[in-house]
Design a protein. Structure first.
Length: 77
C-alpha cells in the first residue's frame, strides 16, 4: 500500500431499518440521510478510514439502530 491509499476517504451507503428524521441531522453531520418509502433510511457519506466507519457503526449499534447493509461506493457515474 502506498501513502495515497491511507489518505483517501471512501463513500458508503448504509441502510438502516428505522426511519431517522431531522432530530438525527446534527449527529449525522457529514452524512446525508434519505428516508425510504418502506420505513428504512439510507445514509450516504464519506469516512476517512475503516476505524472511522467502524466507530460510526458502533454508535448505531449503541442506539439500537438496525443496520441492514453497508456498501462502499466505488464509482458513481
Amino acid at each position: 500500500m502506498d501513502k495515497y491509499e491511507y489518505d483517501q476517504s471512501y463513500k458508503y451507503r448504509i441502510r438502516v431499518k428505522e426511519t431517522l428524521d431531522h432530530h438525527f441531522a446534527n449527529w449525522l453531520d457529514n452524512l446525508n440521510f434519505i428516508p425510504q418509502e418502506n420505513g428504512e433510511t439510507l445514509l450516504v457519506g464519506c469516512f476517512t478510514d475503516q476505524p472511522a466507519l467502524r466507530g460510526f457503526l458502533d454508535q448505531l449499534w449503541n442506539l439500537n439502530i438496525t443496520v441492514i447493509t453497508v456498501e462502499r461506493i466505488e464509482n458513481e457515474s
